[in-house]
Design a protein around this ligand. Structure first.
Ligand SMILES: [Zn+2]
Ligand SMILES: [Zn+2]
Length: 174
């Protein structure tokens, strides 16, 4: 959704409250898919040199567990506090407001979908797990250790890279 902020941009002191009810955003990354509407409230206010965007949003994602590779539900509940500079004043935001490919704010048109996409990606954990004690996959046979137990010796296979290394060391000692 793109919002035309021209009217707010015209008058210092102008405020506008927007009720968020966005369609799911679709695939966000290899592990994350937005499949639930995004809801919340945003307030836009013109401070004279910028438009402040403040509010909250919440949604739910379908995510892939980084240990067992199963899908799980990831709730996102985040605050929005962004400054959209008027008249081309540079922004110190961590978001890519001026990104050439996906500008969030240009010519007083505000790309709400792109802002939400970036906020969700910042908020989602980089190595998310389906639950804190997820046992993951067996590094030897690939079995899902949450569902089954296998009899593999896992001590030597904690990490495939280390397994390779110990093979090399064994070769040398022979
Ligand atoms: Zn898991
Ligand atoms: Zn196994």
């Amino acid at each position: 959704m793109k919002l035309d902020l021209n009217e707010i941009a015209l008058y210092a002191g102008k405020r506008y409250t927007y009720t968020l009810q966005e369609e799911p955003l679709g695939r966000l990354s290899e592990e994350l898919e937005s499949d639930t509407p995004v809801s919340g409230t945003l307030t836009f206010s013109n401070t004279g040199s910028a438009i402040c965007v403040r509010g909250r949003f919440e949604t739910e994602l379908s995510a892939v567990c980084s240990r067992c590779l199963e899908n799980y539900r990831l709730a996102i509940n985040d605050e929005i506090d962004e400054i959209l500079p008027l008249n081309g004043v540079p922004s110190d935001s961590e978001l890519y407001l001026d990104d050439a490919e996906n500008p969030i704010f240009r010519d007083n048109i505000f790309d709400l979908t792109e802002l939400l996409r970036q906020c969700i990606l910042v908020q989602a954990p980089a190595w998310g797990v389906c639950r804190k004690d997820c046992k993951g996959l067996c590094p030897v046979c690939g079995a899902d250790l949450n569902k089954t137990e296998c009899s593999c010796d896992k001590t030597e296979h904690l990490n495939p890279a280390f397994a390779k290394l110990s093979e090399l060391i064994e070769d040398k000692t022979e």
